[in-house]
Design a protein around this ligand. Structure first.
Ligand SMILES: C=C1C[C@]23C[C@H]1CC[C@H]2[C@@]12CCC[C@@](C)(C(=O)O1)[C@H]2[C@@H]3C(=O)O
Ligand SMILES: O=C(O)CCC(=O)C(=O)O
Length: 351
């Protein structure tokens, strides 16, 4: 048996089967947020996939292009310059290491905290032009997150319509932006053409919603709720992708489900560049199913599937986990014992 050694740069990075052209999944729902029936379409997509594509939106191309150009410039700068922006812990520049517990991927990134509507002082800004581009981009993402969450509320019959949206746009909300750069890895493809390095390992996002944009290099895969198969998402730099997070799953008592996703670095020539906005609530926010979804006026048709927690509790627990862990599992309520059927006195004893 021939055992091929992984190049040292790839040590600790797991390999995935290289996707084939036929792996592109064409069934990802597309939603025009301004179109008729958008609220229903958003809820349906979130229930079925926990993921959808926003096709018609009002984010000017210039806002995306400006941030993308800043990101390209930053990632092209010398390593020493990038390292000056901190080894992401959690904010700042990170290279291969994700989180604190040993996860590694074939990428470099800049993870930034957002205070209300602009880059937080806790996040180092590589340049004032990058800071401006981030602030402008985050403004657009907050707008889109608001629309999406208002539609979720409307589609589920929750009032007020802003109940979910205000959790991520209020002054104390906990928002993040990550710029990811996945360089190609031709050496790996020469060694093992059927395998590709993991760019970003499988995980669900802890927040309510995440909004992803990428250039035209493929790599994103999502796990289908129906069967758990991994499918490749066709890239579309004119669109945005909305990802349901764990907190929205709990707030809707499991009606909308967070989606597992990952990135595989399969293009041997071109970098993938992605920008992802994470909409999280204030630290003190109680995360529990919305009252309307548990039945009204004491007519308790449905019980909460989760133990109650705050976003602060969840985040603290999340930072102790590995990327692929199921972070909601510890908060799942155990099913109440089944109610015993009364025995009819005339029934014969069971054998
Ligand atoms: C192993 C990790 C890495 C975490 C924390 C912990 C579990 C979940 C990861 C994420 C996933 C979504 C974005 C992020 C920013 C988040 O909020 O949770 C990530 C964070 C990080 O990259 O630092
Ligand atoms: O780069 C991508 O397409 C996905 C990135 C991602 O999942 C993340 O940054 O949490």
């Amino acid at each position: 048996m021939v055992v091929l050694a992984k190049p040292p740069a790839l040590e600790h990075i797991s390999l995935l089967r290289s996707p084939e052209p036929g792996d592109y999944f064409e069934g990802i729902p597309s939603v025009d947020l301004a179109g008729p029936g958008a609220a229903r379409a958003v809820v349906q997509a979130c229930e079925r996939f926990g993921f959808f594509k926003v096709v018609t939106h009002s984010v000017p191309a210039g806002v995306v292009d400006r941030l993308e150009a800043e990101a390209v410039r930053f990632f092209a700068s010398p390593r020493a310059v990038k390292d000056a922006y901190g080894h992401a812990s959690p904010f700042g520049y990170g290279n291969k290491r994700i989180g604190r517990n040993g996860d590694m991927g074939w990428l470099e990134y800049l993870l930034l905290a957002i205070d209300h509507a602009s880059l937080s002082k806790a996040s180092p800004a590589p340049s004032s032009s990058l800071r401006d581009a981030v602030n402008e981009y985050v403004g657009a993402m907050r707008g889109m997150a608001t629309t999406v969450l208002e539609m979720v509320a409307e589609g589920l019959g929750v009032s007020p319509r802003g109940a979910l949206a205000e959790m991520v746009t209020g002054a104390a909300s906990d928002q993040l932006l990550r710029l990811n750069h996945y360089p190609p890895c031709p050496l790996m493809h020469d060694l093992m053409p059927n395998c590709s390095p993991t760019g970003f390992g499988e995980h669900t996002d802890p927040q309510l919603v995440s909004i992803l944009h990428s250039n035209s290099t493929a790599g994103l895969q999502v796990a289908l709720h129906d069967g758990g198969h991994w499918v490749s998402v066709p890239p579309d730099p004119t669109a945005f992708f909305v990802i349901v997070g764990d907190s929205l799953q709990v707030l809707t008592n499991g009606r909308l489900r967070s989606v597992k996703h990952r990135v595989v670095v399969a293009n041997r020539l071109k970098s993938r560049l992605s920008m992802i906005y994470f909409g999280g609530p204030p630290v003190e926010q109680r995360i529990a199913p919305l009252r309307e979804l548990l039945g009204r006026d004491g007519e308790h048709s449905e019980q909460s599937m989760y133990e109650e927690f705050t976003w602060g509790d969840y985040k603290k627990a999340a930072y102790r986990t590995r990327l692929a862990d199921n972070r909601l599992a510890p908060f799942h309520r155990r099913q109440p014992p089944p109610v015993a059927m009364p025995q009819a006195s005339s029934s014969p004893p069971s054998p």
